[in-house]
Design a protein around this ligand. Structure first.
Ligand SMILES: NC(=O)c1ccc[n+]([C@@H]2O[C@H](COP(=O)([O-])OP(=O)(O)OC[C@H]3O[C@@H](n4cnc5c(N)ncnc54)[C@H](O)[C@@H]3O)[C@@H](O)[C@H]2O)c1
Length: 288
């Protein structure tokens, strides 16, 4: 029994063996980690990404590990492309049980200066694309009698990041899209939940970490005192994808190392926060 507990999450406990799972943005970062994690628990994985070359590399690596994989080049913001990809899943792997909506991008710029083209493009991929992918696979999930849609949102859905263009607005939209789908589709056996990553080291964010001192400063602003890795998000998303979370619907799971809880530690409070180790505080100091 103890051994079984120890392997929970990496074997049969998740009950994802042979389940057909679609991951968008699967050629890089969090999506690639998700594809590996799903293949690792025996799922059949459809990889969707607009980067055909990197997608083929990802699929090759997974196949070399014995995974049953379909690599499907797809632009998730283009409805015709999404419908073609959904059809290919149906014909090649069988009807989908799970979708992880993950393909996303960031176009920087202040709200006063960002071009309308950049604003619309980010919303088209990060928000409308999530709807298109979910709608394209819902009939397959209904055919299965059950389905789970997991949306990779962001901590930015709740906390705006200045000069990040439409990114925060797109991710805030994802949270309500997820909840609305949960309400509209529950009767057909489809759940919809969101994961909200904090700061994760991927291609999307790697330019930040090339600057000296950025990683240390970001780690210091995070309760867990480290930057997240793609596998941290994959592990949480697998739980939401799995029947183990059968009664979780319309929920948002923060996977951010507890960063929002750091607010009071990030403002100066002389005598309290000179260190980050949680050492004893002066008994006479006031509270906020
Ligand atoms: N990295 C972070 O710190 C972080 C934090 C919070 C949320 N997120 C979210 O996680 C998700 C994955 O991000 P990542 O960090 O792994 O980024 P990434 O750049 O490493 O990977 C994103 C993938 O999405 C693909 N993609 C982009 N637009 C697409 C489109 N229109 N159609 C198909 N594929 C497309 C890219 O080709 C790429 O392979 C995104 O939704 C992102 O907003 C990331």
């Amino acid at each position: 029994m103890a051994d079984k507990q120890a392997t929970a999450g990496h074997g049969t406990w998740l009950e994802l063996e042979d389940k057909v799972c679609v991951v968008t943005g699967a050629a890089s970062g969090i999506g690639l980690a998700l594809a590996h994690a799903l293949a690792g628990v025996g799922a059949r994985v459809a990889l969707w990404d607009r980067d055909a070359e990197r997608l083929a590399e990802a699929a090759q690596a997974l196949k070399a590990q014995g995974a049953q994989v379909l690599a499907q080049p797809c632009d998730t913001a283009d409805e015709a492309s999404v419908l073609r990809a959904a059809q290919a899943v149906r014909e090649t792997l069988g009807a989908a049980h799970v979708l992880v909506n993950n393909a996303g991008l960031l176009r920087s710029g202040s709200l006063s200066a960002i071009s309308l083209a950049d604003w619309n493009h980010v919303l088209a991929v990060n928000l409308t694309g999530y709807l298109l992918c979910a709608r394209s696979l819902a009939p397959q999930m209904i055919e299965r009698g059950a389905g789970s849609v997991v949306h990779v949102a962001s901590i930015s859905a709740s906390y705006p990041q200045s000069h990040s263009g439409a990114y925060s607005a797109s991710k805030a939209g994802v949270l309500l899209l997820s909840r609305q789908l949960a309400v509209e589709w529950a009767g057909q056996g489809i759940r919809s939940n969101a994961v909200c990553p904090g700061m994760i080291r991927t291609a999307l964010s790697q330019s930040f970490y090339r600057q000296p001192g950025v990683e240390a400063a970001r780690a210091a602003a995070t309760a867990s005192r480290r930057i997240g890795e793609p596998v941290d998000i994959a592990n949480a998303a697998l739980f939401l994808a799995s029947p183990r979370s059968a009664y979780v619907n319309g929920a948002e799971l923060a996977v951010d190392g507890g960063m929002p809880n750091m607010l009071m530690d990030l403002v100066p409070r002389p005598g309290f926060n000179s260190g980050t180790s949680g050492s004893a505080s002066p008994a006479s100091a006031g509270q906020e």
